[in-house]
Design a protein around this ligand. Structure first.
Ligand SMILES: Cc1cc2nc3c(=O)[nH]c(=O)nc-3n(C[C@H](O)[C@H](O)[C@H](O)COP(=O)(O)O)c2cc1C
Length: 347
C-alpha cells in the first residue's frame, strides 16, 4: 500500500498527504523584494502537495543578498505575499514561508553589505550582482557579537509578518550555505566568542525567537548537513548536525537535504530530533515510498514539482512527468513558471 497518499500531522499542521513541494527560489520578484501576482498562480497550481515550502524570503535588508528575490521586512512586502497565501488556501493547500539571511552567499550591490560569522570568502563559483552579472564572491565582514541577537529577532519579525499575511507555518532556512548554516559549520565559523564555542547557539536563538513569536508547532527547520555547495564544509558533519537536530527538538518538523551523501546520517539526525522528518534530494516515487517505509514522515520534491504542478496526481496515475527547462528556473515570467501543463492537458 502506497504511503505517500496517507495523511499526517506536523505540529498544528494537518497534511492530507506526504508529498512536500521543496523551497525553490525563482528570482522573479521586484527589486524591492515584492512578490508578484503571478506567484499566486504558480503556488496555487501546486496546492495538491501536502505542504508547499515557499522560495527563500529574506528577513531583513541586510540579509537580502540575491537580486529579484522576495523579502518580508516591509509592510509592502507583507502585503505582496497575502494574495499568494490566500490563493494556495483557496486551492485547498497549505504553505510554509521559508525565511533566510543570505550571509556571505549574497552580493553587496543588492543591498550594501556582506556579513558572516567569519571573514572567509567563497572561492568556488561566482556570485550574481544586482544586474545578474557574474562577479567574484566578496569577503564578508565578521559580525560583532552584539549584532547577532538582533538578527534572530529579524527572523521572528519576518515570521510574524508571514503569519499575519496568511502563511500556515515558517521554515527556518538553516541549509545551503546561508547565514545560519555558516554559523553551524566549522569551515565558515572560526569565532572564539560564545557563537563559535557553541556553533548551534545562533540557530537556537533564531528558533527560540521564532517559536516565541508564532509557536514551535508551526515552525520547521531545514538543514543540508553534507552539501558542499558554496564552499561549505565541516570537520564532523554527523556530530555538528546531531547537535543541531537536538537543539531544535520540539519544532513541528525537520527538513533534511540529503546532498553529498547526507542520507547516511539521516537516521542519526532523525533520532536526535525525535519529531517528523522531511527528506529531500533526487527523490522519485519509488525512492519516496522506500524512504517513507524507512520512517521519513514526508518527502520533498524540488525540480519534479517545479515542472509538474500536479505531481501527486501523476504519481497516483503512474503518468509520465514533464521535462524541466533549466533555462527558466531563475528569472523571466510565465514561461517555465506557470505554463507547465497539468495532466488533463497532456496527451
Ligand atoms: C531552481 C531552484 C531553486 C532553489 N531554491 C531553494 C531555496 O530557495 N531554498 C532552499 O532551501 N532550497 C532551494 N533549492 C533546493 C531544493 O529545495 C532541493 O533541495 C533540490 O532541488 C533537490 O531536490 P530535488 O532533487 O527534488 O529537486 C532550489 C533548487 C532549485 C532547482
Amino acid at each position: 500500500m502506497s504511503q505517500i497518499f496517507s495523511s499526517t500531522q506536523f505540529g498544528r499542521l494537518q497534511l492530507p498527504n506526504r508529498a512536500v513541494m521543496a523551497p525553490m527560489t525563482r528570482t522573479r520578484a521586484s527589486s524591492e523584494g515584492l512578490q508578484t501576482p503571478l506567484a499566486a498562480t504558480y503556488y496555487a497550481q501546486r496546492a495538491g502537495a501536502g505542504l508547499i515550502v515557499s522560495e527563500a524570503i529574506s528577513v531583513s535588508r541586510q540579509g537580502h543578498g540575491y537580486p529579484a528575490t522576495p523579502g518580508l521586512w516591509t509592510d509592502a512586502q507583507q502585503q505582496s505575499w497575502a494574495p499568494v497565501f490566500d490563493a494556495v488556501h483557496r486551492a485547498g493547500g497549505r504553505i510554509a514561508a521559508q525565511l533566510f539571511h543570505t550571509g556571505r552567499s549574497g552580493h553587496s550591490s543588492v543591498f550594501g553589505e556582506i556579513v558572516a560569522p567569519s571573514p572567509i570568502a567563497i572561492k568556488t563559483g561566482e556570485s550574481r550582482d544586482v544586474n545578474f552579472q557574474s562577479v567574484p564572491f566578496e569577503t564578508p565582514r565578521e559580525l560583532a557579537t552584539h549584532e547577532i541577537p538582533g538578527i534572530a529577532l529579524d527572523f521572528a519579525a519576518a515570521a510574524r509578518r508571514a503569519i499575519d499575511a496568511g502563511a500556515d507555518a515558517i521554515e527556518i532556512h538553516a541549509a545551503n550555505s546561508y547565514l545560519i548554516d555558516e554559523f553551524l559549520r566549522s569551515g565558515t565559523n572560526r569565532r572564539t566568542d560564545a557563537y563559535g564555542r557553541d556553533r548551534t547557539r545562533f540557530l537556537r536563538e533564531v528558533v527560540e525567537a521564532v517559536a516565541k513569536e508564532i509557536g514551535a508547532d508551526r515552525t520547521g527547520v531545514r538543514f543540508s548537513p553534507m552539501s558542499p555547495w558554496n564552499d561549505m564544509s565541516d570537520e564532523n558533519p554527523q556530530e555538528t548536525f546531531r547537535r543541531a537536530a537536538e537543539a531544535i527538538r520540539g519544532v513541528a518538523f525537520m527538513h533534511l537535504v540529503e546532498a553529498g551523501g547526507a542520507n547516511a546520517i539521516t537516521p542519526v539526525l532523525s533520532q536526535a530530533f525525535g519529531g517528523p522528518v522531511i527528506v529531500n534530494g533526487g527523490y522519485d516515487f519509488a525512492r519516496a515510498e522506500a524512504a517513507l517505509a524507512a520512517g521519513a514522515a514526508a518527502v520533498a520534491f524540488g525540480v519534479p514539482y517545479l515542472a509538474n504542478p500536479d505531481l501527486l496526481e501523476r504519481f497516483r496515475r503512474n503518468a509520465p512527468l514533464n521535462t524541466p527547462d533549466a533555462s527558466t528556473f531563475y528569472g523571466g515570467g510565465e514561461r517555465g513558471y506557470t505554463d507547465y501543463p497539468a495532466l488533463e492537458r497532456v496527451a
